[in-house]
Design a protein. Structure first.
Ligand code: IMP
Length: 224
């Protein structure tokens, strides 16, 4: 999180110092509608104007060819902040299943092929785990959030959140998105798709990552 350090080195009489009440614009740089809903809820208390990609001219997504969540989150945040000249917040997230050697992991959004729906992917995961007993169905959702400043191409803020749990034997619930109908957080009987949005935010990987990055993001937003 090294560009928080850079803020204190900027001149004191910056535009931001003179007009601190003008909210910064921050782009929520994801095409995933489920993530946008969660980010908007989680970022509500921060003093910024959050924009969605749907409010800007459309642009093809970058190719997510990194090998880690951090690489891919950084690719997305940097690409959109450079393209639009805005602060951009992006995440890369996914479901890491121990019995599948960490799959679908960074490939969660494309598991089984691009043509599958979220529901097809969840069915595929359940079918690949049909012989796995309850005690070996451990898994976790991981989320890495990155924020890029358009002026600082190679510098960025980042934070990670994780929620431990297990894969259910069947789909349950209609809330959330993606693999929520089959993920049961540790200490729970319900899937995250059976929880209300505030409840999911309190325990989710995305909630933890946003809470971890919030103090540095606030300093950045107040900077010059
Ligand atoms: P990406 O970060 O855009 O590459 O996609 C992450 C993928 O992981 C999503 O498309 C979902 O399939 C899955 N995923 C990430 N976070 C969640 C979540 O909170 N609930 C359910 N699925 C998730």
């Amino acid at each position: 999180m090294n560009f928080a350090d850079g803020i204190s080195k900027k001149p004191a009489r910056s535009t931001r110092a003179m007009y601190p009440s003008i909210p910064r614009r921050v782009l929520i740089a994801t095409q995933n509608a489920g993530k946008v809903r969660e980010f908007r809820r989680l970022l509500k208390g921060l003093a910024a104007q959050f924009l969605g990609l749907d409010e800007l001219p459309s642009v093809p997504p970058p190719s997510e060819d990194g090998s880690t969540f951090l690489d891919n989150a950084r690719i997305k945040a940097r690409y959109y902040s450079q393209h639009f000249g805005e602060f951009a917040l992006a995440d890369d997230s996914g479901l890491v299943v121990d019995a599948l050697n960490g799959a679908p992991g960074v490939h969660s959004a494309r598991y089984g092929g691009d043509e599958l729906s979220d529901e097809d992917r969840t069915d595929l995961l359940l079918s690949r785990m049909s012989d796995v007993p309850r005690e070996n169905r451990t898994a976790r959702f991981v989320c890495v959030v990155v924020v890029c400043d358009p002026k600082l191409r190679d510098d960025f803020l980042h934070a990670q959140g994780t929620v431990e749990g297990r894969i259910a034997f069947e789909k349950r619930g209609v809330n959330g998105f993606g693999y929520d109908p089959v993920f049961v957080p540790h200490g729970e009987r319900r899937t995250t798709a059976e929880m209300g949005s505030e409840e999911k935010d309190r325990l989710s990987h995305r909630g933890s990552a946003i809470r971890a990055i919030a103090p540095a993001l606030e300093r950045l937003l107040l900077g010059g």
